[in-house]
Design a protein around this ligand. Sequence first.
Ligand code: BES
Ligand code: MN
Ligand code: ZN
Length: 507
Amino acid sequence: MSAKETISFRVINTDLAKATSDALVIAVAKSADGPVILDTPLSPATLTSLKASLSALGVTGAADQIVRLPGLPDTGAKILVLAGVGTVKGATVSEEALRRLAGATTRQLAGTNHVVFAVPTTAVTHVAALAEGAALGAYQYASMHTNTAAKQAPVSKVTIYSTLAKDPELAAALERASVVAKAVNATRTLVNEPPSKLFPATFADAARELSKGLPVKVTVFDEKKLLKDGWGGIMGVGQGSSRPPRMVKVEYKSERAVASLALVGKGITFDSGGISIKPGAGMVTMKCDMAGAAAVLNTVLAVAALGLPVNVTGWLCIAENMPSGTAIRPSDVLTILGGKTVEVLNTDAEGRLVMADGLVAASAEFPDVIIDVATLTGAQVVALGHRTAGVMGDEGVSAALKAAADRAGELVWPMPLPEELRPSLDSPVADMANIGERMGGMMTAAVFLQEFIGKGKDGETIPWAHLDIAGPAFNEGAPYGYTPKQGTGMAVRTLVSYVEDVVARSA
Ligand code: BES
Ligand code: MN
Ligand code: ZN
């Protein structure tokens, strides 16, 4: 199903003239005094003549700008590429700026095989950021275009020039970069698949397939098991579809585990809205509604591949939300796993119903923390825009997720869980209704989810945070930096960084 991602990395610290390649990339920053070429091992004479030409070439140093020039005699590359990093804040270029520069470059240099980066790196994390960005930017979905002549093969070989080439920590950092990029790219592919190909049963198959060779256990609950065991949220949402729901549990256990984490993902393979059907324009992107589950799956796989000392269980709550004669109706009542009842007033508020089952199941195993990821509300996009995810829940967990996101280069912003929203979810016939106060609807949805977080072994409510990724999971606009059109792989990098932080804190 997914294209094999094969991009190789090498770090060198030799004369660039000896490094034969297709393209040599140097960085140009934007400044008040015009474009500035960042530290690169070209000869002073070359740099002087390049500097003199920058303005005439239209080089501004703006992020995402790529300008190609003929190769230079003092390098072994066929072309020279001037890549913009934008305005540099602080003494060194940030990891995220390097990631974006590398991604913007590999993305726009598709059709070029071997790319050498000769841009400033003052820490191993800088080299890793370049590698990660390059792998993310080289991503291509194996689309169904029939005109294959127009297809350009992705960059497959990346060499990074760095004085840190012999650093003992480099190998592990590069390995991490490639594991993380693979996880993000696999998430993108799952999101990009048309819903006729990726439906609950095939999503479960993909989970099994992607897990091959990794120390994880995949358990798939089919509709018979879900019905028998009382997963009323997932079964209710899925009952209108000819393609029955699945619950996929993905477990990774380490003998050295310092913590146990549960990740719960929304896996609506297509959200038509159900009987409360969406208008056409709102429905076209709804193959992305399983992005949370795809991110959770690939996070568990990345954590397993990195062998981190934690136990992580992913719960993928997978169903297709369709209208039909068997679909749930507005005013129907569902019984969520564990017994709570929910009156479904709007069948388009289906994500919280499948997540409720997942959160109850996750709680029953008493993890140290629960994090859920969901393309849950249009209100998230209204509040925070297309690129920033909302995080809600326990303050400590939310703050830790925000910090992890900052480090990973993903945009996440904390939002409150106002108590006064809870009564808006009261129902005259059940424990709760599935819709409440419309204003601040991202928070109303989170307040609904909160009701399904159980208590830990200590009798306290399990620490929990919820990521609403409705906007950032899917890029409807033009590609930028390392972010392609369509599926973005949002949340994988934040979650992997969060797990690493949990490990680091316990050391
Ligand atoms: N999957 C949607 C949310 C969504 C919207 C994701 C836009 C990505 C982009 C969700 O199931 C939904 O339909 N939510 C409703 C909830 C409402 C009925 C309370 C919404 O946001 O309109
Ligand atoms: Mn919906
Ligand atoms: Zn949805």
